[in-house]
Design a protein around this ligand. Sequence first.
Ligand SMILES: O=C(O)c1cc(C(=O)O)oc(=O)c1
Length: 310
Amino acid sequence: MSKPTTGPFEKTAGWLDWYAGPSKPRFALPAGAVDAHCHVFGPGAEFPYAPERKYTPCDASKAQLFALRDHLGFARNVIVQATCHGADNRAMVDACQASGGKARGVATVKRSISDAELQALHDAGVRGVRFNFVKRLVDFTPKDELMEIAGRIAKLNWHVVIYFEAVDLPELWDFFTALPTTVVVDHMGRPDVSKPVDGPEFALFEKFMREHSNVWSKVSCPERLSVAGPKALNGEQNAYQDVVPFARRIVEQFPDRVLWGTDWPHPNLKDHMPDDGLLVDFIPQIAPTAELQKKLLVDNPMRLYWPEEV
Ligand SMILES: O=C(O)c1cc(C(=O)O)oc(=O)c1
């Protein structure tokens, strides 16, 4: 793969670039596997970063994403709008359109979007919108505005992707449980994995999924959630042990409502940048059987993003 570049923008101080030269996974992905959470950044010279962004990344182009897809053995991508592009979906849409049907997208939209613009996003392959509640990433959008958007996109049979931190779930509960669509939680609602998996915080997340059959979870981002490691570097085959009990519990309890993604190019990691090949090798730790792996990597994402092919 080529190396990360930066265009006319200056990266946030301390920015970690994505890992060039990832290893070939030892874990053979099932045929048709979908990387259901990844991003493109720019390139900034072609698709400028949004003025309201909270960070400026290195570039991560569609060509680099597709090269990673092929290298790791994925068949398809779901490209999630990154907050550094705000509600300007052009880079994500361009990547979906250039993918030859191998990528679908999740957009960020404002209340002012027209029906024609929503339809254009649909035609480009968008199947969801993302609502972000992580304060370091976005400014607050009023909930009535988000609910109005959810009502409109429900008519297109799209879903809502939500990104929040575990401590904020109690306050967001009523809003989340009132959403009229399938709801997909990013990165398991960011549990604090230094707390017990049997403790009240993760129990609330499990209750959220158990009591609401429209709620799905991405069991992604061990590299972001892990406190104890070991890191997915230098051939490590047992990375991120502290995340395993959390993710495995969700996969085993809700096998038909889980998704997995690399989260490439891993925005805002502060500690290390994982080898994406080793991240793929993490999957059998959380989905230990071939049946669970196929649901996680093929059946579930296909049902949500390519239902016409299922
Ligand atoms: O935790 C993060 O910093 C992060 C950021 C973004 C984004 O900026 O869109 O997306 C993610 O999935 C995770």
